[in-house]
Design a protein around this ligand. Structure first.
Ligand SMILES: Cc1ncc(COP(=O)(O)O)c(C=O)c1O
Length: 340
């Protein structure tokens, strides 16, 4: 029985064609700015997102934190959606590395311009200076939800009124692009900085890119240095990223279809489902999480518990439609044994 790994879209392995592109990559020392493949990736990413400049970083976490570092001062406050990755899963980095405090807004990750207006501190020495608003799209903890463009526009309007910077954690921005047909540059337009990950649905082994104006990216570059993120012959990684942007964007639609198929199948098996999948994540309720988790492992289906009583399955490049059906058949056996 082969393993069906639905824990995350980060578990993909580079395809043979991607490995070939990596092996053939022309490289140089990127700390000297001399790696032609990194430079090509950065130029392509900037163009795709409609920004002046871009910078390759080792991870989405570093992309978020280097962007925050570039945009704030110690003691400032950052506003983010409830459960955002950069506050929940980045080891307190915004506080530890940039000295900011974070206020979470809204419910389920989404919020709008009025939430920003209500949360922004008055200019008064009692309060931290509200400096930055961060949006996550798609929103991981909300189950891969797409942040509605209208809401982003209302946040951008409030940010302009209040003089706040805007950062987009677009770890899975291309899932939103493919699901909606709205180009990446439209999603990115209102933001000072945008990160997207090459190593999630796009299937590259390592890497994220931060995009913004030339001046902002120069500051992000300094922050990357400070965080130890300068890499040398990183063209090997950039080649994987370029390959991903060329060959793995449109196919995200297949992951979204597989997520809908998995959701429908689980519903037929009697599970209470979370919100209908908008992209590549499926949330479902489990009444006996410990027994259910153990039974999944016994049948070599890997799905992570996500919140108490809730599991999250993620579809990706290394899971086919047939494997989704196979996973559903194995889960059906668990349900027949009286565990759900
Ligand atoms: C929304 C979001 N942002 C940022 C990250 C961080 O990416 P990395 O694991 O490359 O640090 C993740 C990782 O899953 C994520 O889901």
């Amino acid at each position: 029985m082969s393993t069906i790994d639905l824990r995350s879209d980060t578990v993909t392995r580079p395809t043979p064609a991607m490995r070939e592109a990596m092996a053939k990559a022309e490289v140089g020392d990127d700390v000297y700015g001399e790696d032609p493949t990194v430079n090509r990736l950065q130029a392509s990413a900037a163009e795709l997102l409609g920004k002046e400049a871009a910078l390759l970083v080792p991870s989405g976490t570093m992309g978020n934190q280097a962007a925050i570092h570039a945009l704030v001062r110690p003691g400032d406050e950052v506003l983010v959606g409830d459960g955002a990755h950069l506050v929940r899963y980045e080891s307190g980095a915004a506080a530890a590395l940039s000295g900011v405090q974070v206020q979470q807004l809204g419910d389920g990750g989404l919020f709008d311009g009025d939430d920003v207006r209500a949360a922004t501190n008055p200019s008064d020495p009692h309060y931290a200076t509200t400096r930055l608003v961060a949006v996550e799209n798609t929103h991981n903890r909300a189950g891969g939800r797409i942040f509605p463009l209208k809401q982003i526009e209302s946040i951008a309007e409030a940010a302009r009124e209040l003089g706040l910077h805007l950062h987009l954690d677009g770890a899975r921005l291309f899932n939103a692009v493919v699901a909606t047909g709205t180009p990446a540059a439209v999603w990115a337009a209102p933001f000072d900085t945008v990160t997207f990950c090459l190593s999630k649905g796009l299937g590259a082994p390592v890497g994220s890119v931060v995009c913004g104006s030339a001046e902002t990216i120069a500051r992000v570059h300094r922050a990357r240095k400070r965080l130890g993120g300068g890499m040398r012959q990183a063209g090997i990684l950039a080649a994987a990223g370029l390959h991903a942007l060329e060959h793995h964007v449109e196919r995200l639609a297949q992951d979204h279809e597989n997520a809908r198929r998995l959701c429908a199948g689980l519903e037929r098996l009697g599970f209470r489902m979370g919100p209908s999948p908008e992209t590549n994540m499926v949330l479902f309720e489990v009444s006996e999480p410990a027994r259910f988790g153990e039974a999944l492992r016994e049948r070599d289906v890997w799905i992570n518990p996500f919140r108490p009583g809730l599991f999250r399955a993620v579809t990706h490049l290394d899971v086919s439609r047939e494997q989704i059906d196979d996973a559903l058949a194995r889960i059906a056996e668990i349900v027949e044994d009286g565990v759900r």
